[in-house]
Design a protein around this ligand. Sequence first.
Ligand code: HEC
Length: 307
Amino acid sequence: MKNNPILKEIKILLEDKPKLFMLLYPYMLVIAIALGVYFVLNLNDVARQSVPPKLADTTAVVADLSVIAAKSVPAADLKAISQPSPELIENGKQSFQKLCASCHGESGNGAGPAAGVLNPAPRDFTSSENWINGQSVTGIFTSMEEGIPNSAMVAYDYLPTEEKFALLHYIRSTFIKNAPNVTTDEIAALDQTYNLSAGAEVPAQIPVADAINLIGNEHNKEIKKYESLFNEIKTESVPGSFLFQRVSNSPVQVLSILEKSSDWRKSVSSLNDFLLANIGALCFNQTVYNLSATELETLYTYLQKKV
Ligand code: HEC
């Protein structure tokens, strides 16, 4: 064993460090390059995140207009109702017991018979805490006009302005201690926001997507109508039909234009003028220049019968 020539060689090598290094260097280089190539080829995996990004997909949520029924808000005499009066408060009480007490409670403490299951719970009017729109005339009016989103408090916008003021005067004078006074500025601002003294016509509104569908359906119906008329024309082997097909670039479009216009109906020459005035990709082609008088006459008679 001691005289094994290979072992001897290795021993010499181990002692000669530079030579050993030079011998191993090519192998190390190959390994380094192989690792490098592997890394580059798999860059996609290296860069891939294992945790999916939490960003919301904003393209998925498309807010559209809500459906609003048309309504008219009758003009209100703000001078007469902006300050509380015994009569207004009495009216407000009647209305409150009918419309609001089931949730807010007869005594306004938010503990009406329907309140138990509601989350958020109906406002306790006797507490001054956590009001969203506030205890001012503007605050309570706004709550009635718009409701409180994501709660059982729906909008009571359909109530007449007088009734809303009666309600808020009743609530403020009966349940709320030290309610902030009504100011004329406040009333003026409310008036401007909700058109109270002028009254307002609120037009109906439907979601844009629905409107587009409606328009699209109308349009499709119309196209169908002219398509079937053109199909009928195609089946007729009469000179008028051939002439129509010859002069029309876009027969379906042409039929719709012809039907909607009365310019060409008066006489043969008015049809001639109409043809010449409507040469184009979506209408008639250049062959209308070459129509003979008889052809024009034939086409006129045919179109009058068909369109
Ligand atoms: C179906 C139950 C229900 C009825 C009926 C109801 N409310 Fe409410 N109301 C609520 C709830 C619930 C809240 C609390 C909403 C919140 O805190 O998010 C609330 C809150 C309010 C507030 C406080 C808004 C604020 O600024 O925090 C006012 C004012 C109010 N209602 C007025 C009325 C009036 C006036 C009526 C009757 C015309 C009425 N409510 C009828 C459930 C109801």
